[in-house]
Structure formats: C-alpha cells, structure tokens
Design a protein around this ligand. Structure first.
Ligand code: GDP
Length: 451
C-alpha cells in the first residue's frame, strides 16, 4: 500500500520516455495515474477532482527540458500544486492579541487535542518565550482534565484547575480572569471531543468560542483518519471560524492525504504536525516536505527542478556529440563530467533525490561518502594538470616525460603518485566504456534515471 503511489508514478515516468511535450493526449493517461494515486493516499474524492483539474491546466503545454521526460515534468507539476494547495511556506501561531492570547483547541475525541495542547505550550515557551496557562473545558471526562494536568507539567507550563460539575462557559471566564491577573501571555483551552460529530457538542464549542474570543481556533485532526477527515472537517468548519489546523499522528504510516482534504475543505492553513506521542513531537508544518510524503516520490521533484534550471545540459549534449562523431574522450571531458556531477549535488545528492527502489542495491551512504571524496580528489588531480596534458592524456601514459609530469601533478594536487596513476587507469577504463556507450555518459545516465 505504502509504495503504490511511488510505483504508479515511477511507472508513469518510464512510459513517458521519449515524448517531448505534455499534450492533451498523453496527459490523460498521466492524470488517471495521479488521480488513482491520490485516492490511494486517502485524499477525498471531490478534492481529488479539483486537484487533478488544476494540475491538468498547469501541465498542458509545459516544455520538457533536456533529458527529462513528460512523466518527470508532470510529477514536478503535481508536487508544486500539492505544496501550494496545502499552503506554501509555514504559518506560525498568531499571538497578536491583548494578553492573554487565547487559543481554542477543537476536534474529535482521540484526535490528539490534549497532547497537542501540551506540545503547543512547550513550543510557545521554548520558541516564543511565552508564559503559558492551560485549562480543560472537558467536563464529561474527569480523566481528560487530569491528563491535561499531567502533560502541562511535562511541558513546563501552568495548569488551571477545572471540575466536571462546572459549566464550560464558567471555566472559560475563570481561566481568562486568572490568566489576566497573573500576566500569562497565552491561554490554551482544551475542549471536550466526542467520538463522532454531534449537535450538542458543536453548540457547546460555539458558545465557548463566543465567550473566549480566541485569536486562534485550531482544528486538531488525526492524519490516519483518511477519507473520514473530510466530514469531520466540514462539521467543524461550519461550527467555528477555524484559523489553523494541526495534523496529528503523522508518524504513523498514513500517506497524509488527509492534509490535502482538510486544507481544501476548511481553507485554514495547516500550522503544525504531530509526529510522536511525546511532548516534543510537534513540528511546524512544512507543505513542501509533506507534498513529497503524499507523493512518495523520494525527491525526484528536486532532481527535475535542478535539471530544469541549473545543470549544463548543453555541455552534456556537446560531449555526447563529440563521442558520437568518434573524436576522442580526453581528460578535459573527464573533468567536465566530474564538475557536472557536482552541480547536480554530487553522487549522494543525486542518489538522495531518487525514490529508494530506483537506487536499491547500489551501495549505502558509506559508499556514497567515499565515492564523493574520490570524486573531489580526482578533480584536484585533473586541475593540477596542464591543459595540454588533459587534451593529450598520452603524455602522461606513455610519453617520455610521463614520470616527471606525474610527480609535478601529484605535488600540485597534494596526493601520492599512486593516486595519479589510479586516476589515469580509471580514465583509461572510462574511455573504453565511453566508446562502447557512444551516446555519452552523463546523458545516458540521466536518461536511465527516468526509468
Ligand atoms: P484527545 O482526545 O483529542 O484529547 O486526544 P489525546 O491527546 O488524548 O490523544 C489520543 C491518543 O493519541 C493518545 O494516546 C496520544 O498519545 C496519541 N497521540 C496524539 N498525538 C499524537 C501524535 O502526533 N503521534 C502519535 N503517535 N500519537 C499521538
């Protein structure tokens, strides 16, 4: 299940190879895959429909640059649109109010309201240097009040007592009064949740909202709720002017498609993500990163963007031409290939950007580190050569002056002579390989990454 989206989109990327443009014809197939993929990630159907329509509009006519294929470009369009829909950038908590700034927590029972209240208290104390008071208006479950007391202590905030025989309205008034008199910056109000939406609950929280006049009304929703999240979100949006969303339990194995649904339905920004049961398991929501999670595409998107903007596709093409025309591959080309790789973030950068199943079995991070160090050293050696030596590698391989030349190069690059020899051996092998590949190394490699 968890890999379905990756599989689908990778397959899609493969099948689109060799096509130069996103057209009305090929976009249909691709969008069908995107639609299925989003449904499988638990995004609600009406939200998927809207989303796919927007992607289509943005994708049509997109140019497919250099070594990319339409599938890759579409993945990048989908990613951008996902990130935009879920809210670009980050939205922190608004505390712009006459103190205490009041934050009302709303959501179903079990969504993570109480836990999130304490996490948020800790966040505001540590990151915003605020003096924070919490209170529970859950008069139905004495255990919920006790739970808030416990987690508030863990957060290092203060807890205002309440009891099951009080009215939520009275609790609110007393807590505000206490917060004012003791100069609290923020008052966090935890509320009762039910297992399902019911009218009495909604009426109660509406009243509470009228009493509190909170600067933030946060809707806490469980990311594992999947398709159901849409109904819950609708009900809470109708009852309250929501100012933000907290998506909890993102440490679970859901793909987090609920984020898209909830964001679309409520129109409120997703401000935080709950990522563990622990008190410090709260993160400022990062739409861009979350889009990657919903897509499950490793970071092929970043790769696509780099190819689109930075990497010298022209130089790679020139090299390919040169090889095709049969003229030799010299050390200058070798150097060019290495700097090309560096532009793309080095070997490990490149590997990181690919979905894991595409790179599985190609060596772990330790291998990558070593490969990268080797690459840097090789570059150093190549730079210590004269332009003529790079153009005519034979001078170093069988020329009369090869020994003294190699000594000079080794000294210049700060390496042992053996390293220079090793590089020349590698170059020799690569030259052989290049002749066989004809099409040119980097271009081939980039194409292969497409499938
Ligand atoms: P409430 O009924 O809305 O107040 O929900 P609680 O705060 O009591 O949370 C319900 C359960 O979800 C508890 O067991 C929490 O520990 C757990 N929980 C809350 N947030 C997260 C989260 O971000 N990740 C994980 N793994 N568990 C969470």
């Amino acid at each position: 299940m968890a890999s379905t989206l990756t599989d689908r989109l990778s397959r899609l990327v493969k099948t689109m190879r060799g096509q130069a443009r996103i057209t009305e014809t090929n976009v249909q197939d691709m969008l069908r895959e995107v639609r299925m993929a989003l449904l499988e990630a638990d995004v609600a159907l009406p939200v998927v429909r809207d989303f796919v329509a927007r992607v289509k509009e943005k994708a049509l006519g997109q140019e497919v640059v250099g070594s990319l294929n339409p599938g890759q470009v579409l993945v990048s369009v989908v990613h951008k649109e996902l990130a935009a829909t879920m809210g670009e950038g980050v939205a922190d908590i608004n505390l712009a109010a006459q103190p205490p700034a009041i934050i009302l927590m709303a959501g179903l029972q079990g969504a993570g309201k109480t836990t999130t209240t304490a996490k948020l208290a800790k966040h505001l104390i540590e990151k915003r240097k605020k003096k924070v008071l919490t209170v529970s208006a859950d008069v139905y479950r004495p255990a919920a009040i006790e739970q808030l007391k416990t987690v508030t202590r863990q957060a290092g905030a203060e807890w205002f007592p309440s009891a099951p025989d009080q009215k939520p309205h009275d609790i609110a008034v007393a807590a505000i009064d206490h917060a004012r008199r003791h100069f609290f910056d923020v008052l966090l109000v935890d509320t009762a949740g039910r297992l399902a939406i019911d009218e009495a609950l909604m009426a109660e929280i509406r009243d509470l909202h009228a009493t509190l006049k909170p600067v933030e009304t946060l809707f806490v929703v469980d990311a594992m709720q999947g398709q159901d999240a849409i109904n819950t979100a609708k009900a809470f949006k109708e009852a309250l002017p929501l100012t933000g969303i907290v998506l909890t339990k993102l440490d679970g194995d859901s793909r987090g498609g609920a984020a898209l649904s909830v964001r679309q339905i409520t129109g409120a920004p997703i401000k935080f993500a709950g990522v563990s049961e622990k008190i410090d398991g709260l993160e400022v929501f990062d739409a861009d990163r979350h889009a990657g999670r919903v897509l499950g595409m490793g970071d092929i998107v970043a790769l696509v963007e780099e190819v689109q903007k930075g990497v010298d596709v022209e130089a790679a093409q020139k090299l390919a031409e040169k090889l095709k025309s049969g003229s030799g591959f010299d050390l200058n080309d070798f150097l060019a290939q290495i700097s090309q790789m560096k532009k793309m973030g080095g070997l490990s950068g490149l590997m990181d950007k690919l979905p894991t199943q595409m790179t599985a079995g190609k060596g772990g991070p330790a291998d990558m580190d070593k490969a990268e160090r080797d690459m840097k050293r090789m570059e150093g050696i190549l730079n210590a050569m004269t332009a003529k030596e790079r153009r005519q590698p034979a001078l170093l391989m069988d020329g009369k002056t090869k020994a003294s030349r190699k000594r000079r190069i080794a000294a210049g690059a700060g390496v042992q002579i053996q390293e220079v020899n090793r590089l020349l051996n590698q170059f020799d092998q690569m030259q052989g390989m290049m002749k066989k590949m004809k099409g040119g190394g980097l271009m081939k490699m980039m194409k292969r990454m497409g499938g």
